[in-house]
Design a protein around this ligand. Sequence first.
Ligand SMILES: Cc1cc2nc3c(=O)[nH]c(=O)nc-3n(C[C@H](O)[C@H](O)[C@H](O)COP(=O)(O)O)c2cc1C
Length: 215
Amino acid sequence: MASELKVEQEFSKVIRERRSVRKYDSSWKIPDEEIKEILAEAILAPSSSNLQPWRFIVITDQEIKAKLLPIAHNQAQTTESSAMIAVLGDTEAYSNAETIYGQASAMGLMPEDVAATMAKRSREGYSSLPKEKLEDIALVDGGLVSMQLMLAAKARGYDTVPMGGYDAAALKELFQISDRYIPVMLIALGKAAVEGRATNRLPLEDVVHWNGFQA
Ligand SMILES: Cc1cc2nc3c(=O)[nH]c(=O)nc-3n(C[C@H](O)[C@H](O)[C@H](O)COP(=O)(O)O)c2cc1C
């Protein structure tokens, strides 16, 4: 019981202490293995029908970061952080339905026939949706994985800043990303040189409505 409480307190601390950090120690390189551990926790995020539409480009190479700098409106964290992570959403994530559900049945998480039915249903259901709807889904799921990535990083003593201030078309051109994928956000990841500024939130009463919605 006591140890459960400790875990809860620590999780709450991670959430409360996460801040957008924009000044990084540029000499600090997070080992690739640690970045992989952060990503491995991030991808435990939920997604629509577990289709996991997120894709990541991890940019640690200074030359590539320099190319990204003008695309990210010259925001200094682009070159000063340890890694820049471009989070992308796959609008054709349904094409992995058989792989994902096949893996679930191989792991004993569901019977083979159930997995096959669910895969078929997912592929047929999602592939018939309009592109805009598939983009919405990829953005929602991409947002969830991004948040989880930032908290996983904070739990390890690293900091992040989510970035929507970039030229999505130029990003797609730099990495030759096809229209199948939609950029969700960039995330700078590194060791803070200067703590993030404290920020405020609207009072809970202003954003929460109980049993109805009167805005
Ligand atoms: C989708 C999204 C896009 C953002 N884009 C930028 C950005 O381009 N540059 C930046 O410095 N901060 C960016 N931010 C960070 C916000 O300014 C920050 O989250 C907000 O001010 C609250 O501060 P906090 O993250 O420290 O709690 C972005 C945040 C989100 C969620």
